[in-house]
Design a protein around this ligand. Structure first.
Ligand code: GDP
Ligand code: ZN
Length: 315
């Protein structure tokens, strides 16, 4: 290549701090960049134009060490946190996430089923595929193993496959590795389920913050959170969102909650009433399906609770 030529190429944003961006280029190089011009994406007012996970094109002028981001490709998905409760602006935390791994445990501590379902609803709204990872299987009693297998069958049937592992005892960790390899992954889960342990076992070189920090809503302070993508030595990334447990909830109307339960959404057009709430309406295809065992009772219960919970943390 001519030394005096402007280089134009594609890259992925792996880190942002204020107005500086770290890019990973196609050949595996790392480049610091600034941005030029305005970046707007339809449908969202965001305080930050370029985020971790964005595919961008950049230019690098001869003799310069830092490049300039000149355009962003359309995002296949993104996760946000509201800049403040009243603000119309949202802070996009990361984009183009291939999958979320929800780490759960059936003991010490036990992950509640409703927590799982709430997470899945948010992931559906963000269009992020989810896999469940049952961790700490070394601690499970016979009953817990049975429970895990039941949950596995409920969730895999509706589109969320699961892995069964022990990070501590190195059981089935190869499954996790194969699952995350080559992808952009978000790790979530309630605290104590073993996210840090799992990530460290996958790649001991990573330095990931999985613990939650106090929520800025409580302090009333605006905090800006920068996500970072950590490259796995065997290929792929883990997105680290310091201070954020999984992802924030999406605003949704009560009447659209069922859209995010795939098995409910799939048959809802069979309900007698087009505006059926699937709560107590006659000839509701969903209620019938629950009675016939086609939709799991616990999934339906989570739907009901979300629907009926006026103060749902969700909305
Ligand atoms: P995090 O809050 O999700 O990041 O959880 P940590 O990774 O900090 O793990 C919480 C506790 O669970 C620690 O004491 C870990 O040693 C323990 N732990 C993590 N994974 C396993 C596992 O597979 N089996 C057992 N028995 N303990 C585990
Ligand atoms: Zn219905």
């Amino acid at each position: 290549m001519n030394k005096n030529e402007i280089i134009k190429a594609q890259a992925v944003v792996i880190k942002t701090t204020g107005s500086r961006y770290t890019l990973r280029t196609g050949d595996g190089g790392i480049l610091e960049c600034g941005i030029k011009g305005k970046f707007r994406q339809a449908g969202i007012r965001s305080t930050n134009p370029v985020v971790v996970g964005d595919h961008v094109s950049f230019e690098l002028h001869p003799g310069h060490e830092t490049g300039t981001i000149i355009s962003i490709s359309e995002r296949k998905n993104f996760i946000v946190r509201k800049s403040s409760k009243l603000s119309k602006y949202s802070q996009i935390i990361a984009a183009n996430i291939d999958q979320a791994l929800l780490i759960v445990s059936l003991t010490s501590p036990e992950t509640h089923i409703e927590f799982i379902d709430r997470f899945l609803v948010a992931a559906e709204a963000y269009r992020i595929p989810v896999k469940l990872v049952f961790n700490k299987i070394d601690l499970y009693s016979k009953d817990k193993i049975q429970k895990m297998n039941e949950l596995d069958s409920i969730y895999s049937k509706v589109g969320y496959p699961s892995l069964k592992v022990s990070a501590k005892e190195n059981l089935n960790m190869a499954d996790v590795k194969n699952c995350v390899k080559g992808k952009i992954n978000l790790f979530s889960g309630n605290s104590g389920v073993g996210k840090s342990t799992l990530i460290n076992k996958l790649d001991p070189a990573l330095n990931i913050t999985t613990s939650e920090i106090s929520d800025y809503h409580k302090t009333g302070k605006h905090t800006t959170t920068f996500a970072e993508m950590h490259e796995l030595h065997f290929g792929g990334y883990i997105i680290d969102t310091p201070g954020i447990k999984g992802f924030g909830m999406v605003h949704m109307e009560k009447n659209e909650i069922y859209h995010f339960f795939p098995e409910i959404f799939k048959i809802a057009q069979k309900c007698k009433y087009y505006n059926c709430k699937h709560i107590n309406e006659p000839d509701c295809a969903i209620i019938n399906a629950v009675e016939e065992g086609e939709i799991s009772v616990s999934r339906y219960q989570s739907y009901r609770n979300l629907y009926l919970d006026e103060d749902s943390k969700y909305r």
